[in-house]
Design a binder for this molecule. Sequence first.
Ligand SMILES: [Zn+2]
Length: 352
Amino acid sequence: MQFKDIVGQRVLANRLTEIIDSGRISHAQMFLGPTASGSLAMAIAYAQYVNCTNRQHYGEGSELRADSCGECPNCKKYQQLMHTDLHLVFPNATTPSVKSDHVCADEFQEEFREFLTDGHQMGTEDQWYAHLNVENKQGMIRERDAANIVRALSLKSYEGGYKVVIIWLAERMNPSAANELLKTLEEPSENTLMILVVESKDKMLSTIISRVQQVVVPDLGVGISDEKRIQFAQLFVSWTRLLFKLKMHTLSAWVDQTAGLGRETQKQFLQYSLQAVRACFLKTAANIMLPGELEWGDEKFNASFPAMVTVRNVEQMNNAINDALYAIERNANPKITFMQLSFTLSKLIKNR
Ligand SMILES: [Zn+2]
């Protein structure tokens, strides 16, 4: 997993690679954010960057300041989630073939890899249980998982780099698993990295929280009221329709309307647009349903618009919206910003 594959989290990716490059890698971290915002993908990309032997640095003005190479032996194994020093732990449950006497995440590694490589890097807990065919059960991370983590981190690194444990939905640890991990969090062995990917901090033991460095993975949709969401949905639909057929007078009316919204609302609308582009791409690339809050109350549009975002234009669309967000944050003229963005997106949609 490379940072470039994760749509909508450039700002955080840049902060993380900067910290890693400066050598300040904290051995225990908590990536906090909704699963659908790419928190697990960010954790994997982070670990891959840490272990990459040929980190790539891009010049000034690039959206992404750096990324793993994707080519070195470590990256190749990370891309397939098959690196011997990468240990993935996640909520699990008994199945017809895995009984309670040995149920643990290690029994489901193949299924989990399948799940993640099958377009679910931003998958939710429910989607994971559906993949495992255990929809009616609540998964858990047990003492047996914690013991496996402790063992994995105490072994010598196979490949000479960092040994990494990523615990997806660490809030699903039961109390005995959490307690078992406390000592490892407190006295880590050398060159180990533990990342707890957490959606809801309230369910975590405070003794764990106090031992990890927190990294907030932004939810691009957070903080928008239902009323605003409806307003943004209408604005987005009318905008993207205009982008198909660029008619200057109708577009400039839309730009005037948007420029009159106030800077905070403009920023929220751009974040909403980033999220919409990402959701459309997941729909096109992996046939993952649009989340309910990103349906546009217009069936024809729901059915047709996602196909406009493809593997050929998703990254540039994302960059263009991010640039506009950056400009608005720095008090650029909103009319010019939204007009330029409209031209860029229109071109990208046409060249999909
Ligand atoms: Zn590499």
